[in-house]
Design a protein. Structure first.
Length: 342
């Protein structure tokens, strides 16, 4: 029985995963409304809110499952990457509870949680598969041969896809978070009216770049004042440009690796146009795409509890009296010595 704790940024997530029965319960509190007034995440406010929410959420899922805290056999938490103060809230709570209960504590890489989150869905993909990790801070393509067996295929050279959404939305006068705001507005817009670049679309490798897209949005928005219709058209073109690149690179990764299964994980994986475009192209070319349930696309405790259970099958947990957090933690550091970038 693993308690999972996620506090890397602006969502407090807690979950209980039973290695025999699966996911028993999970709870999530989002701080989006609080940070919206500032146009982005304020780290100090995020940390303080995690302190307020973490233990009540833990009590909530224990009550829902009619379990006692003494039933917990291990605690997994996000060690990094993320906001240092926010990570410390989860790490210190996890180690404090682990010490009191006499159970193991295990710090996990946030992106590994996202990487394995589609395995919580039904149907779940079999290994090996290609994973497109696409979120606010990361855009990467990985070959996943098993839990802990990853090969980096390509990654963003600058802004991540989620950052491109957020920065473009801010330039267009939209709210935070930018991805959902642009997606909603794009539904009544027409892509193609503006001509935005598709960076590295034909580069021949599997890397991404989205910083130039932000500059193009800035120039487009300054050509003339945006009214409701032109703003919707620009939003549709921004979304189309990002989706075109993600789809092309993901399918190229499948072709280069000779794999037929693609997993999409991370917050941008909830985008409806991305899901439609990927599924349509993949089916036409003989591939299968797997997505986590929408509730598991954003940061959540369930993915940490699940990844923790899988990792605990493989290795010892850390000393509960000694712990740290890793605000900057390259996922490549999890790769085995024989792996690396292709």
């Amino acid at each position: 029985m693993v308690l999972g704790i996620e506090t890397s940024c602006d969502e407090t997530g807690v979950a209980l995963y039973d290695s025999a029965k699966g996911l028993l319960a999970h709870a999530l509190y989002s701080q989006v409304a609080m940070h919206a007034d500032y146009g982005g995440v304020v780290p100090e406010l995020a940390s303080r809110d995690h302190i307020r929410r973490l233990l009540p959420l833990t009590q909530q899922i224990l009550s829902e499952t009619h379990l006692s805290i003494r039933d917990i056999g291990a605690i997994a938490y996000t060690e990094g990457p993320g906001l240092a103060g926010a990570l410390l809230v989860g790490a210190s709570a996890a180690h404090g509870m682990a010490y009191a209960l006499g159970v193991p504590a295990l710090g996990l890489h946030h992106l590994e949680g996202h990487l394995l989150s589609p395995l919580l869905s039904d149907p779940a993909p079999d290994f090996p598969f290609v994973a497109l990790l696409v979120s606010g801070g990361h855009t990467q393509l990985m070959r996943v041969s098993g839990v802990g067996d990853y090969t980096l295929l390509g990654e963003t050279l600058d802004d991540a896809a989620g950052e491109a959404f957020d920065k473009s939305a801010k330039l267009m006068g939209l709210g935070y978070p930018g991805g959902p705001a642009i997606a909603r507005l794009a539904e009544r817009g027409r892509a193609g009216r503006y001509k935005l670049p598709r960076p590295l679309l034909t580069s021949g490798d599997l890397n991404f770049s989205f910083s130039g897209l932000k500059t193009a949005v800035l120039l487009a928005s300054k050509e003339k004042p945006l009214d409701d219709d032109t703003r919707a058209d620009l939003a549709a073109e921004v979304q189309a440009a990002i989706v075109d690149v993600l789809v092309a690179k993901a399918l190229a990764a499948l072709e280069q690796t000779d794999l037929t299964r693609l997993v999409v994980a991370g917050g941008v994986g909830a985008n409806r146009l991305l899901r439609h475009a990927l599924t349509t192209r993949a089916e036409r070319e003989g591939y299968t795409v797997y997505y986590p349930d929408l509730e598991f696309c954003t940061d959540n405790g369930a993915m940490i509890a699940f990844a923790g259970a899988k990792r605990l099958e493989q290795r010892e947990a850390k000393d509960v009296l000694r712990f740290s957090v890793r605000p900057r933690w390259d996922l490549a550091e999890l790769l085995p010595p024989s792996a690396g970038t292709v």
